[in-house]
Every structure is written in C-alpha cells, then in structure tokens.
Design a protein around this ligand. Structure first.
Ligand code: TMP
Length: 234
C-alpha cells in the first residue's frame, strides 16, 4: 500500500490517497477541538488510542454483521479504509442523558433513559451541526428513507453490541456518535468510535473517561484516553 497525496485534513484526522483508487489511508492526529472549533488543544497519545480503539471495535462489529470501512491497520496512527461518500450526518445514540440532550431538555446528567434514542445532526460547521428532523433528510436529498432506516437499525445494533462489551471493561456507554458513508450503493459505518466520539463513564466512580475531560477542562485528559485503551487491552 502506497501513501500518496493528502486528500483532506480535518480537526482530528488527515486522509491520504493511495495507489488504489478505492482505498484511503486515515492518519489520526493528537489535535483536539471542542465547541465547534472554539477550543483547541493537543492530547498526547490520543491519535494512537483512537486509531487502535476504532479498529478493534470495527473488527468486532464486522464479525457481528455490521459493514464498516475498515480494511487494515498500518501503524499506531494509520489505517487503510474503503473510500466512501460520507453522509453529512452525525448519528447519535443515547442510553443516558448528558451533553446537549441534558441542556436542551433540562434533564439531569446521568439519568438512565427508558430506551435508547437515535437522533441525527446535520454536519455543517457554519450552522454548528444542528439537530435535524427525520423528515428533513429525504426532503433535502441528504439521505433516503431507506438509508435512514438502515442507519437507525445499525446504530441500535451497534449499541446492543457495545454496551455490554464496554460494561465488562467497567465503562458505561452513556452516548456515542456515528458517521456513515455510501459504498457501492450500500450504507456502511465510517469515521471512528473512540473516546472522542463516545461518552464513557467509569461504572463505579462515574468518572468521565472521554473527551468531556478536554471539553470541560477536567484535567488528566491524556490519562483517561490511555486508561480506556488499557481497559480494552490495547
Ligand atoms: P452531545 O450531547 O454534545 O450532542 O454529544 C453526543 C455524543 O456525540 C457525545 O458522545 C459526543 C459525540 N459528539 C461527537 O463525536 N462530535 C460532535 O461534534 C458532537 C457535537 C458530539
């Protein structure tokens, strides 16, 4: 696999072309941003933790029948992935109230929800990634009804797989964000599943073990990422 020119640089990752037009190389950075880019920083070691954790989880999901963009881990920070057309959506699953959910509805952080919820946000930095009603997506041509149904089905199945898996590692999966892409007319899971994109609380102490430590200036950010990787055996 030959790494060629930079195709795209995002807030947390760089994406490179390869000698194969259907494959890309993702390179995870230690850079962190929050609040739509207002807060910037670095979390040493984050790139490697997120790369290894994402790949570990994506391999488990593939085994359980969820199609993903994962192809091969190249190094601590680099992974070969299928080239997909990313849908401009964040698909958020919640098991307990936190973050924007708690704020919007004035619900106490940590309140266990009676059932998992799935919501969609429209990815647009200028708008601050607003929550989008399900009926808007087919109406605007962002995703078809069939694609939406598939994303909800995959999101809930992923939650069913990850919740008990993480619970065993003494991590409570409060919520998480997924991104999907189109690959040969199919919807497949892309992007990452990591402490950047999940809320993970220690099951005993309720300590936050995710990017909220950075967002909320809680300290020991680097240590939290490393501890999550350690609990996963990575
Ligand atoms: P929220 O409560 O701020 O809406 O976040 C819900 C989950 O989605 C949380 O686990 C963090 C994750 N998330 C991202 O990965 N990227 C984002 O841009 C946002 C807003 C949330």
């Amino acid at each position: 696999m030959e790494k060629r020119e930079l195709l795209y640089e995002g807030k947390a990752k760089k994406v490179f072309k390869t000698n194969d037009p259907d494959l890309l190389i993702v390179d995870y950075k230690d850079d962190a941003t929050a609040w739509n880019g207002e807060k910037k920083g670095t979390i040493p070691g984050k790139g490697a933790v997120n790369n290894r954790m994402t790949n570990y989880i994506f391999r488990i999901l593939e085994e359980k029948g969820i199609p993903t963009h994962y192809v091969q881990e190249l190094s601590d920070r680099e992974t070969v992935v299928k080239k997909v057309k990313i849908l401009p959506l964040e698909v958020i699953v919640r098991n307990a109230a936190a973050g924007s959910f708690s704020k919007r509805l004035a619900v106490e952080e940590g309140l266990e929800l009676l059932n998992p919820t799935v919501e969609f946000c429209y990815k647009d930095d200028r708008l601050g990634d607003p929550l989008i009603d399900a009926s808007y997506m087919p109406a605007l041509g962002i995703a078809s009804q069939t694609e939406m149904n598939k994303m909800v089905e995959y999101a809930l199945t992923i939650n069913e797989i990850l919740m008990p898996f993480l619970e065993e590692k003494k991590l409570r999966l409060v919520d998480f964000k997924l991104e999907f892409g189109r690959y040969m007319d199919q919807i497949i899971l892309a992007d990452e599943i990591s402490p950047d994109t999940c809320r993970l609380w220690d099951t005993e102490t309720n300590d936050k073990m995710d990017k909220d430590r950075f967002r909320q200036d809680l300290g020991e950010v680097e240590e939290a990422y490393i501890e999550v990787a350690r609990r996963l055996g990575l």
